[in-house]
Design a protein around this ligand. Sequence first.
Ligand SMILES: NC(=O)c1ccc[n+]([C@@H]2O[C@H](COP(=O)([O-])OP(=O)(O)OC[C@H]3O[C@@H](n4cnc5c(N)ncnc54)[C@H](OP(=O)(O)O)[C@@H]3O)[C@@H](O)[C@H]2O)c1
Ligand SMILES: [Zn+2]
Ligand SMILES: [Zn+2]
Length: 352
Amino acid sequence: MRSTVGWQVDGSSSALRRTPLKRRDLRPDDLAVRVDYCGVCHSDLHAVAAQGGAGSRPLVPGHEFTGVVTETGPAVTRFTAGDSVAVGNIVDSCGVCAMCRAGQENFCHSLPTLTYGGTDRHDGSTTLGGYSREYVVRDRFAHTLPAALDPAAAAPLLCAGITVWEPLHALGVGPGTRVAVAGLGGLGHLAVKIAVALGADTSVISRSPDKIGDARRLGARGLIVSTDPEQMAAARDRFDVVVDTISAPHDLGPYLRLVALDGTLSHLGHLGPVTVETLDLLVGRRKLSSAGSGGRPATAAMLDFCAQHGITADVEVLPSARVNEALGRLRRNDVRYRFVLDMSDLDLATIE
Ligand SMILES: NC(=O)c1ccc[n+]([C@@H]2O[C@H](COP(=O)([O-])OP(=O)(O)OC[C@H]3O[C@@H](n4cnc5c(N)ncnc54)[C@H](OP(=O)(O)O)[C@@H]3O)[C@@H](O)[C@H]2O)c1
Ligand SMILES: [Zn+2]
Ligand SMILES: [Zn+2]
């Protein structure tokens, strides 16, 4: 086994602690990656909150990171040591089911292996995420990081970016499509940037009126305040696509009613059961959809598109030792718009 260091929560407390970690020895098709930057996704907060107290499996979050290849297994041909790479929220899949054959490894029939909290397909171990100085990943699930992209600001593209890219693409968003993005956070601000770059007429729906300046700077035409019934009523039937990235459970009705005839509400945020008033679907033949993560071809296309259009996340980079502060501020909606942890401090500090 290989030794590294990362930020782990073990159920005895909700704080992440600096902990020595083991990584597997390289299989023939594995890469060892020095993790330089890892984004802090709201899903990491959900995962930490779901830790079941003492006795729960230790958790190392982090599933959007960039870094440099340090070593390759003998069967690896696409990468060599020194290459800049990016890794997202899936790190393996069966490779043979219809979804995998269609390049939708994110929907693998036997479930893709998640970057953390997943079960390795070969040795059954629990995967540990990117809040760590080293990650060992199967070469198929490492992506070349385009040289045009800043490695810190690009890290969030690998979860937040691809999660909004796939539905925008699948729903045919392009010049003139009327798009609204609900929830201006990590996913939301990238959805705005990508929709605008695709040529869409893009608006933001937010409970935070003070984000209007940011919404305009990101290229949106304006911001609809979700807590203002008059503004919501005035926007009825106005959008071909509404992308919902809200991180808390909420009533979908007010957002469905903004969808135009035959349009779609793509629900990407807080996952889990929802109740829908079918009249909100009946009126206007509206569609309700969802998506999550992305396949390998879409991830490569998203990275190319972002490199061409100069799209990265708006990030606040913190030394990884401030991870608990980052999670606390994310919980309070106090980030514009993504924390990224700089993992280089893990080389320096002593292990507790
Ligand atoms: N489908 C997937 O595969 C996938 C992938 C990644 C993340 N996710 C999920 O997507 C959600 C968003 O993630 P994120 O990293 O973008 O989170 P984030 O940065 O915290 O952004 C979420 C935004 O939702 C809005 N919001 C938060 N609480 C709200 C509430 N109680 N009522 C109304 N609006 C609220 C806020 O925007 P305003 O201030 O503008 O209202 C906030 O900025 C999370 O639940 C995450 O787990 C899903
Ligand atoms: Zn994520
Ligand atoms: Zn599969």
